[in-house]
Design a protein around this ligand. Sequence first.
Ligand SMILES: *Cc1c(COP(=O)(O)O)cnc(C)c1O
Length: 378
Amino acid sequence: MSHLFSNYARWPINIVKGEGNYLFDDQGKKYLDLVSGIAVTSLGNIPPQVKAKISEQLDTLWHCSNLFNIPQQEELATKLTSISCADRVFFCNSGAEANEAAIKLARKYGNEKGKYEIITFEQSFHGRTLATLTATGQEKVKIGFSPLPEGFKTIPYNDIEALKEAIGDKTCAIMLEMVQGEGGVHPADPAWVEVITEQCQQHGLLLIVDEVQTGIGRTGKWFAHQHYGIEPDIITMAKGLGSGFPIGAMMAKEFLADTFGPGTHGTTFGGNPLAMAAGLATLEAIEAYLPEVEEKGAYFMEKLGGRGKGLMIGVEFDFEVGPIVTKLREEEGILALVAGPKVLRILPPFTITQQEMEMAVEKILQVVQAHKGAVELC
Ligand SMILES: *Cc1c(COP(=O)(O)O)cnc(C)c1O
């Protein structure tokens, strides 16, 4: 009997080791990893530069309360603000926490003017805390958890009219992903994004971009919103920031600095020196890969006929793709995942080689062809 909750529908393999672009199970079977821990291990497993920096920190200081100055936080914040339009950073431990911080910051900012409502979008995913699951535009994550916090309005993605209609005198912010990850790998339409920024300006709304999955180079730029030439007021990130070490961050423009004054928000573990070391080393190592991410993504996109940006790729079929993911894992030793029932999703490490890409594409196409053939015979 398992002593774990059954909240995850887990795959029936025990992963015990990671090395570069490969994972190994307890039977010694080797898998090419096109999942990257869901956009986490972008530099592959145990990247040496990150390992070195964490190891050094392991010998120096593990934990320090936020009652004290933590110099590594300043260092990572300086780096993050230098690669984005933001000026201030709050460190936490996960994507949900980063979004929770963003929601609190937006509410606090709107509070004086009596504004609290945040507009979010259908098929979005923002996390599993009560506020972030309420912000999430998927009914399935909300079932059984009511009463949910008030002040969220969810409308269709990429729909200009719906957006204009939804903004009211209580609206304080709009929160979105530039490429919806969990919801099917849907990129935002540039014309719609332009209207969002116009509306934010016109109505004095904060623009929150959830870069938890898209950030830290996943789409070929540091942040996905940089493809659109926009400057969000608040940006959240987590997954790819620590190469697997738990870390999240919420950052914002200078005019929001005083909104999070002393005592307004905090965390025990957020920004601890080990996580900061992981973040610093990850950012240093990823920089060189950014041009490759676009090229490698374009290769997959062309060969597989997918959509997305950079190495965040979804391929939509007119049948359920669960069996394809299983076959790839069991028969070909390739790990891929789904984003909704009919979308095959891959999030390869940036370190994937040309040879590995060619092999992966060939196997994916083979498995898809065989599955299609079998479906048609039925
Ligand atoms: C994964 C994800 C989250 C939640 O991050 P956790 O670290 O699992 O809390 C939030 N937003 C997006 C876009 C994500 O992909």
